[in-house]
Design a protein around this ligand. Structure first.
Ligand code: MN
Length: 196
């Protein structure tokens, strides 16, 4: 059985960047629906006991869509921390060095990431990932896709499905993406980068 992840913060802790109402719908309804759908689809199949990462690499259709969305949202919701904890935080090493090395500067990285989020047509996700050599890359993934299917290790993501921002930002996707930097938990992103 797949289960809904618990949030590592209170549902209103990310305000005003992400409202409690958005968290309640996005985590409590959208993600819960993907979990319920996947459990129905995999019952009695080879996927029932597989890790999400493996399902995403081996499945297609409804199983892929729901497993991919669970994996994506699990990484998404676990990467945030309340603004107040994060306001003065420096990016930890070795991630800070890698961002400067591969994008020129932190500001250049943010600009490319936001541009790829804004220009992704339709629903999907923009990702920062690491390749096998630890080089950082930004990719656009449509719908439920995750960069692990390209052999990359996903580190940071922004959800550009309208359900992620329409309650708080309406059509202003760029403003939403720009605001999200305030609540990124860089310790968590660096942990993903250095893990394995
Ligand atoms: Mn979403």
């Amino acid at each position: 059985m797949f289960t809904l992840i618990s949030l590592p913060y209170a549902p209103d802790a990310l305000e005003p960047v992400i409202s409690r109402e958005t968290i309640d719908f996005h985590h409590g309804k959208h993600l819960q629906t993907y979990v319920d759908n996947l459990n129905k689809l995999v019952a009695g199949t080879e996927f029932e006991t597989m890790p999400l990462e493996e399902i995403v690499c081996k499945s297609q259709g409804g199983v892929f869509n729901n497993a991919g969305q669970i994996l994506n949202h699990n990484l998404y919701f676990a990467q945030f921390a309340p603004n107040s904890l994060n306001a003065n935080s420096l990016i930890p090493e070795p991630l800070a060095h890698a961002l400067n090395r591969d994008f020129g500067s932190f500001d250049a990285f943010k600009a490319e990431f936001e541009q790829k989020g804004v220009s992704l047509f339709g629903s999907g996700w923009v990702w920062l990932s690491a390749d096998n050599d630890g080089k950082l890359v930004i990719t656009q993934e449509t719908n439920a896709n995750n960069p692990i299917t390209k052999g990359l290790k996903p580190l940071l993501t922004m959800d550009v499905w309208e359900h992620a921002y329409y309650i708080d930002y309406r059509n202003r996707r760029a403003a939403h993406l720009q605001a999200l930097w305030q609540i990124i938990n860089w310790e968590e992103i660096n942990r993903r980068y250095t893990n394995g």
